[in-house]
Design a protein around this ligand. Structure first.
Ligand code: 8YV
Length: 313
């Protein structure tokens, strides 16, 4: 019997492609020069789509592949997948929760430390001879003990909070509803912002959180605040963030996510008080292997008619 077709929308590591080949006939959409021709060829045989949170899948893609039963997202955030369109067509959607939680929380704390302690600039100071030519690196600012505000206390936000407790940081969070946690609750980022030294954004992306960290929240930050984002660029009013960075109301920032990745606003790269990452928070070999495995388990379960391990729709 021939293998079911799988449209691979976003590039995957070789180990995932190898493992997927055992069960599926792969159509590497990201590498196809003539994408329309690939869709036309696979119209009757492609039964599933593998995509990434930030790339997603829209209704037009679903309509081009009427035999698709499942869209499997390689990532926890599935904000770019048109879930309503999938549901309307009877297409299931899965993501990869839990397996990347601790990894993203590590990156959040790493970005905070790197930004506050100016680690990239200090690294350059050693490499370029400034240490011998100019002497000690300018003093930086402390992380431990500072008040941390977390926007979005979900799986990842909670893992960040656990780490922050070890740094003896008093914690506040913004969420629509108060949660059963020993942290201070605020209904909105704008209400939270004036009470914290560090604002950490870890809310899920999507229409419901678009611009959640708005100009009011950014303008309400104390002068000298530190800002980090490990969720989605869409959650933040990026123009307001850039303005606050430009006039140094935000003293330091650690950013893993942006609007229009990877062609981000070039102004970010002009700031020496900002640490930038290329949307890499889940990007370790260990976690990406776990994400790939969970995505495959969902794909195989659908083909076998078994319950999906991690459905979102
Ligand atoms: C990406 C992420 O999916 O899980 C998410 O929501 O944003 C990341 O893990 C990852 O970069 C794969 O593209």
């Amino acid at each position: 019997m021939s293998k079911p077709g799988l449209l691979v929308v976003g590039e995957l590591p070789a180990w995932d492609l190898e493992a997927l080949t055992e069960r599926f006939d792969l159509h590497l959409y990201y590498a196809a020069e003539d994408k329309a021709a690939m869709l036309a060829r696979g119209r009757d045989t492609i039964r599933a789509i593998s995509t990434k949170g930030e790339i997603g899948a829209d209704a037009a893609l679903m309509d081009a592949l009427p035999k698709v039963e499942l869209i499997a997202c390689y990532g926890v955030g599935y904000d770019a997948i048109d879930v309503a369109a999938a549901k309307a067509r009877g297409i299931r959607v899965t993501n990869t929760p839990d397996v990347l939680t601790e990894e993203v929380a590590d990156m959040a704390i790493g970005l905070l430390l790197a930004a506050a302690r100016r680690m990239p600039a200090a690294d350059a100071w050693v490499r370029d001879g400034s240490w011998t030519a100019k002497g000690s690196f300018p003093l930086t600012t402390r992380v431990w003990g500072k008040r941390l505000g977390i926007v979005g206390l979900g799986r990842i936000g909670s893992a960040i909070a656990r780490r922050a407790e070890a740094f003896r940081m008093p914690i506040g969070y913004s969420a629509r509803q108060r949660k059963d946690v020993p942290y201070d609750w605020y209904p909105t980022p704008a209400a939270l912002a004036p009470h914290v030294d560090v604002l950490m954004v870890s809310a899920a992306g999507g229409a419901a959180t678009k611009g959640l960290v708005d100009k009011a929240a950014i303008d309400a930050l104390k002068p000298g605040a530190i800002f980090c984002n490990v969720s989605r660029g869409t959650v933040v009013d990026e123009a307001a963030l850039l303005a606050a960075l430009r006039d140094r109301r935000i003293a330091a920032a650690g950013l893993d996510v942006f609007l229009n990745e990877p062609a981000i606003d070039p102004e970010f790269a002009t700031f020496d008080h900002v640490v930038l990452q290329p949307h890499a928070a889940s990007g370790t070999v260990e976690t990406r292997k776990d994400m790939g495995r969970l995505m495959r388990e969902n794909l195989e379960a659908q083909m076998d008619g078994r319950p999906l391990p991690t459905p979102v729709a």
